[in-house]
Design a protein around this ligand. Sequence first.
Ligand SMILES: [Zn+2]
Length: 344
Amino acid sequence: MYISMRIFSLSLVVAVCFHFQAFAQDNPTLQLTKVQDSIYMIQGRGGNIAFQAGSEGTLMVDSQFANATPQILNKILSVTTQPLRYLVNTHHHGDHTGGNDNLKGQGAIVIAHDNVRKLLYGEATKLMDKASEEAYNNAMKRLGNETNPENQKLAKQEAEIAAQNIEEEAMKSVKNLPAITFSRDMTFYHNGEKIMAFHVDNAHTQGDIILYFTKANVMHTGDAFINSGYPFIDTNNGGSVDGYIKGLSRIFYVANDDTKIIPGHGELADKDDVQYLHGMLEFLRDRVAYHVVAGKTDAEILQIKEMTAEYDAKGFGDGFISTEKILQVLIADARKKYPTAGKK
Ligand SMILES: [Zn+2]
């Protein structure tokens, strides 16, 4: 509480004194864009943030990383001094939820899909499990004789200590937990605008929601759509190729030709951009499946350059997900669907 109050008063002082320079150096890429009416976008190191400003307060979508909170608050303060009321997370990834705890300190109520809460808990458990497993294996390597009960006991003790040591770090994701969660859809009535939040199943993750500001005709898709290359489909956290494709079609069914679409990452987009990504992913999924069924090996499929040539020429593979990476995800997906393909 003390820390976040300090951040807030610091932000105010900075905003009032126009001393943006110092913060700007910390995060040179933070950029504020007016999207439509009272909806703004903030781009920075993490996922794109949207916020709606108005007399009832501010509704914010996603929070980037924790260390960017002061700069983000400065950007919001340059538009409105109304209190922050709601923070909606599009999914659980740290580049979209890292600032949650700081913003709770500013009075924001954090809202997300049910699975965001589960996945953030899971992140903490995963970190602690990993530390404890590593410590156990290291101890066993040092002690030798893995079947000796004394050695096992010692290794277990070291594993427990390792998990405790990382607990504070691991619990950071737990501090970012949403206070209100929902399973399908939710509607906000805020600042005279109806805002629809709807869940898309197993797309980028298993906790994705898309927000639609109906009056301003602006959408925030989270990472269920990105405008910066091949998409990241987080299959370890419930994302799936078919779910991602379905999610994209849901976006362009809801959108119209004038809808401004804030992607999870990248520049402001429109319906055509979403349709293009949808067409690309459908095409690549089907081509890759064809080659898998035809019995080609992973290495052979990765060599078929003409499959991705059109997209690579547009720079799709230059982002977070390389051409090889997206093909690997598509190959794994096809092998799961056709487990006997290529086996005689
Ligand atoms: Zn993400």
